[in-house]
Design a protein around this ligand. Structure first.
Ligand SMILES: Cc1cc2nc3c(=O)[nH]c(=O)nc-3n(C[C@H](O)[C@H](O)[C@H](O)COP(=O)(O)OP(=O)(O)OC[C@H]3O[C@@H](n4cnc5c(N)ncnc54)[C@H](O)[C@@H]3O)c2cc1C
Length: 387
């Protein structure tokens, strides 16, 4: 068992931190949070780091699959903001990982080189107004007319749709009561006729550009059904494939990054703030809180990196990735709330990043499969009888 961090991971962390300090400072991030808009142009600086190829094989222009490297990139970007990390995810995970796992050969040839070069962004269009955890009940309709597909319906909470090139959407391509059958995944070009976006404001994840997406007679070609002809009515197996395991790790990595930065901020603050003539870091209750969050952070990190190791080695990891998703997100929330307490009123006020970490962290146990859904999966995968 080796707990050492590979050299390339250390270099990756350094280069991302340097990029953020130049192009996405804390002050800039606070402004983007206030305006509820992170510019797509930031993707250019992420692209320049050369990290967009870590989910793409060399044969398609990438640098080869590196799940740990990808998750460390997400963690480091999330230290500044999970919204910045989402830009990267929209490229390397929602885009590359899904096309690699589920795309047709033609789609791989057409899209992977551009994705590996950081040129394309995908948004996820899974949820709908009446569809959350139960994705097999999607209602957005796709009808086949020869080589054309016509789509009608509404997608909800589609993050990044305003800046994406494609929406990776789950649609009903057959009978509505067929549940897991008769579903397809489609690539909707965001500039297609019939697509209308309505921004949805939220308490956190501000800047993520989350949208309702209305789809009225949107026409695509069969070439944009994920998997091509084979993917028609075969969307569910593609959705629940290997990319799903890594998707759970992505949210865990975001939570870890936010928590790590919250701990660093609280640690530093405790050494600056003086009350009753002494720095608050000398007060035992504060010292214990800081010792607690450091310990929880270390445990969360181990949980996430173990999931990455299993995925990198192509080992079965459905229960383990659910454990990582659930544990890191729930523990991350405990960590940021403790850090906020350490900073007293300044942890609550605008002008410090702590209140944003809390707002953003509250989202982590909800997205990418809620905590309850992960618990269901763990019990099911580990063979616990249901009756
Ligand atoms: C800011 C933001 C961004 C988002 N971005 C995207 C995006 O880009 N693309 C996208 O497709 N979606 C996105 N979502 C939607 C997100 O994925 C859903 O919120 C999530 O899937 C949960 O669905 P729901 O909120 O409708 O909850 P519901 O499924 O309605 O669940 C409500 C509650 O019931 C519990 N519950 C439900 N079913 C079960 C069960 N079987 N067993 C135990 N408990 C259960 C849940 O845990 C939860 O506590 C986003 C959401 C937000 C808030």
């Amino acid at each position: 068992m080796d707990f050492g961090e590979p050299e390339h991971i250390g270099m990756l962390r350094e280069s991302i931190r340097r990029m953020l300090d130049r192009h996405a400072t804390r002050e800039q991030m606070a402004k983007w949070d206030e305006e509820d808009k992170v510019p797509r142009a930031l993707m250019e600086h992420i692209r320049e780091l050369g990290i967009c190829g870590m989910t793409v094989p060399e044969s398609f222009g990438g640098t080869g699959r590196d799940v740990l490297g990808t998750m460390v990139a997400v963690e480091e970007l999330s230290r500044r903001s999970m919204v910045i990390a989402t830009l990267y995810l929209m490229n390397s995970c929602y885009g590359s990982m899904n096309i690699l796992a589920s795309g047709s050969e033609e789609q791989k040839q057409r899209l992977l080189p551009q994705l590996a070069d950081g040129q394309l962004l995908f948004a996820y269009g899974l949820s709908e107004p009446d569809v959350g955890s139960d994705l097999a009940s999607v209602r957005t309709r796709a009808e086949r007319h020869g080589d054309k597909v016509i789509i009608n319906g509404t997608k909800r909470w589609c993050s990044g749709a305003e800046i994406a090139d494609y929406i990776y959407a789950l649609v009903r391509s057959g009978e509505p009561d067929a549940r897991y059958k008769n579903l397809s995944l489609v690539l909707l070009p965001t500039n297609a006729k019939g697509i209308e976006l309505t921004h949805i404001p939220a308490m956190g994840a501000r800047g993520l550009n989350t949208n309702d997406v209305s789809l009225v007679d949107v026409e695509i070609s069969i070439d944009d059904v994920v998997g091509g002809e084979d993917g028609w009515n075969n969307g569910w197996t593609r959705l629940a494939g290997p990319a799903l395991e890594v998707e759970k790790l992505e949210v865990a990595a975001m939570a870890l990054g936010i928590a790590a930065q919250a701990v660093d901020d609280a640690w530093e603050y405790s050494q600056q703030r003086k009350q009753f003539g002494s720095r608050i870091c000398s007060v035992q209750s504060i010292r214990h809180m800081l010792a607690d969050v450091q310990t929880k952070l270390a445990a969360a990190r181990l949980m996430l990196y173990r999931g990455c190791w299993l995925a990198d080695n192509n080992l079965p990891c459905s229960a383990e990735t659910s454990m990582a998703k659930m544990y890191v997100c729930e523990l991350g929330l405990e960590i940021v709330l403790t850090c906020q307490k350490i900073m007293g009123a300044y942890g609550y006020a605008k002008g410090f990043d702590m209140e944003r970490y809390v707002r953003d962290m509250l989202l982590m146990p909800i997205i990418g499969g809620s905590t309850a859904i992960q618990k269901n999966n763990i019990a099911n995968r580990m063979g616990l009888p249901k009756s």
